[in-house]
Design a protein around this ligand. Structure first.
Ligand code: ADP
Ligand code: MG
Length: 621
């Protein structure tokens, strides 16, 4: 039997871009899956434990390796895939550097078992930190099995650098999905800690997409095809009405290799022009087939970037093809362009009771002294630190003109803010002007209210974000939110990875008032939702949340809660453009100043500024 691996000459090796470093378990997954595909496997099994930190095991039924090749495969620059520099310009395989197995074997315990079709017995090799600890002849099925255990066991710094299992698993699922989408003619399964996460039989592309992203995906796919001299375009785009806020359903494959291309992404967006609402992202699964000689995959070590010889033509063709498909499937008339999404508010404020905080007064506080800082820019972190310290002294005094006689129903921190008794407050201001509260809404955006020293101008959207943020945080920790039972449970479809995400935060969501009646692999069913969310906004709120999660990749439990609460506060908060009744305005103002940090929004934006009578006087000179 012929041995096929040879060592690359140095000058060839040096032409190859810097070797990829194994950054995380997902990098190993990618390399092993790609090796299995290069070995022409038709069935590939991926078994992962503790997000790949303890085990990444790939089993394929490909053509296997000879005994010599098995040993050589762990040498650096040992590859069967290219022989000379010219071959780099005509690649038909995923791998070509001959570095992956060598890099992996240097930082983990690796066990390889492999056998070629024509022979009876196979080879088992164990390697720990580049050292071969055993090699033996074994009975094993045709194909290759590589188990990578205890990744980074000899580089504690790298091991400590790994993120939570949740985060690392998400990276693994991303890589798995990309490879699985690129090769629908290969069957894949993925197990994590003994649970089957994906079982994808050999199928066509459409079926593969549906199997990965969930049953509801089928109806939203519009086929895209075009065949020209320079490129064959194949695949699907999502109908515009199914567009999401997240970019996690956007895939380009070039010659069955997942790539990232902001340029081609732009071409697709251009094809969707006028069909999507602001900030909505089209879904796409686009497969380009080009002559390998016209691309250079070698420009980026992780091989997700690619250079095309004729990028401009490709752009034009892609845009035209997608546009044509959308036209053919009569997509455009479905949309309702007149709707102003600004006016759709998810928040029904009318049901809220106006709550007035008791007020503590720091009689030594001089609001004028703080004027400049309060109206200054608060977006930078150091400034925010200042505010944090000062806010507890500063803000209460701003609001001393406010009516404070009714019951205080909303208070966010019984411990850290202690309000003085009402008598003290009212006696302090007994001599003031009449204490009626004057609020006024300006341009459906700002609330203007009088205070002792002058006026305060509040951004209504940011103010509500702050109020919701603190309220939700409290609900999550003490779990006392009020839910509204839905008459009929509602069901939403999500991808497997989105469901996995939702499961992670399920408990927090329940504390906020969500009631899950059923969760399957690709759907969730809700029987109750928080009382201040309307059913019609539910989908957007959940999608926004998933989107924010994917964007932020929260690490610790704490920041995960923070991302969740921020996201909900953002999508639930009343918008600019929403008209507020006087009672609603007052409730918002009162709730804001009952917050721990009323000055900045959860996103560190200034919530209000003050103008003193003194300031005004100066303008009238
Ligand atoms: P590359 O894929 O860039 O060639 P690798 O280090 O990933 O480099 O693999 C080295 C060599 O080991 C490959 O060229 C191939 O010949 C062999 N090999 C690795 N994995 C497999 C597999 N699953 N089946 C058969 N051969 C494999
Ligand atoms: Mg490889």
């Amino acid at each position: 039997m012929a041995d096929i691996i040879r060592l690359l000459p140095d000058h060839v090796a040096n032409q190859i871009a810097a070797g990829e470093v194994v950054q995380r378990p997902a990098s190993v997954v990618k390399e092993l899956l790609e090796n299995a595909i290069d070995a022409q496997a038709t069935e590939i099994k991926l078994i992962v434990k503790e997000a790949g930190k303890t085990l990444i095991h790939v089993i394929d039924n490909g053509f296997g390796m000879s005994e010599t090749d098995a040993r050589l495969s762990f040498e650096r620059h040992a590859t069967s895939k290219i022989k000379a520099a010219e071959d780099l310009f005509n690649l038909n395989t995923k791998g070509f550097r001959g570095e992956a197995l060598a890099s992996i074997a240097a930082i983990a315990h690796v066990e390889l078992q492999t056998k070629k079709e024509a022979v009876e017995l196979g080879t088992r090799i164990k390697i720990e930190g580049s050292t071969v600890v055993s090699q033996e002849v074994v009975t094993t099925p045709t194909g290759t099995s590589i188990a990578v255990k205890n990744l980074f066991y000899n580089i504690p710094a790298r091991r400590n650098f790994l993120k939570s299992d949740t985060v690392e698993l998400r990276h693994i699922i991303d890589e798995f999905q990309r490879v699985a989408l690129a090769h629908s003619d290969i069957a894949f399964v993925l197990y994590h800690n003994g649970n089957e996460l994906f079982n994808l039989p050999k199928s066509n592309i459409r079926q593969r997409i549906v199997n990965i992203l969930g049953g509801k995906t089928n109806e939203k796919l519009v086929p895209v095809t075009e065949d020209t001299d320079i490129v064959k375009i194949n695949g699907f785009v999502g109908k515009p009405e199914f567009a999401k806020k997240s970019r996690n359903e956007q895939f380009f494959f070039v010659n069955n290799r997942f790539i990232k291309s902001p340029y081609l992404h732009h071409a697709i967006n251009a094809a969707f022009e006028g069909l999507l609402k602001e900030k909505m992202q089209p879904s796409y699964f686009i497969y380009l087939d080009v002559n390998p000689e016209t691309i250079d995959i070698n420009i980026h070590p992780t091989k997700t970037e690619i250079k095309f010889d004729d990028e401009h033509s490709l752009y034009a063709m892609l845009r035209a093809t997608v546009k044509h498909s959308l036209g053919q499937f009569n997509i455009a008339p479905v949309l309702d362009f007149d709707r102003d999404s600004n006016l759709d508010t998810p928040y029904d404020y009318k049901n809220k009771q106006a709550a007035i905080p008791k007020i503590q007064v720091d009689s030594s506080f001089n609001p004028f002294a703080d004027e400049k800082r309060i109206s200054g820019n608060t977006t930078t972190a150091p400034r925010y630190q200042n505010y944090k310290k000062e806010s507890t002294e500063g803000w209460e005094s701003l609001y001393v003109g406010l009516e404070s006689s009714s019951n205080n129903t909303t208070r966010f921190s019984g411990e850290s803010i202690e309000f003085e008794s009402e008598e003290v407050t009212s006696s302090l201001f007994a001599n003031d002007e009449p204490r009626e509260t004057l609020t006024y809404q300006l341009h459906r955006k700002y609330l203007v209210s009088s205070i002792k020293s002058g006026i305060v101008i509040i951004d209504q959207h940011r103010a509500h974000q702050r109020v919701l943020y603190e309220q939700l945080l409290k609900n999550i920790t003490v779990s006392e939110a009020v839910s509204q039972q839905l008459l009929f449970p509602v069901t939403f479809s999500f991808s497997t990875s989105e469901i996995a995400l939702l499961k992670e935060v399920k408990e927090s969501l329940e504390n906020i008032g969500f009631m899950f009646s059923n969760i399957t692999d690709d759907t969730i069913e809700l029987s109750g939702i928080p009382s201040n969310i309307s059913e019609s906004e539910l989908q957007i709120i959940i999608e926004q949340m998933l989107n924010d999660f994917q964007g932020e990749i929260p690490d610790t439990g704490f920041s995960q809660t923070d991302v969740l609460v921020k996201s909900l506060a953002k999508s639930m908060a009343i918008r600019t453009g929403k008209k507020l009744e006087i009672a609603e305005q007052e409730a918002l103002v009162n709730n804001l100043f009952a917050c721990k940090e009323p000055m900045v929004s959860p996103f560190q934006k200034t919530i209000f500024i003050t103008l003193s009578v003194d300031d005004l006087d100066k303008k009238f000179i």
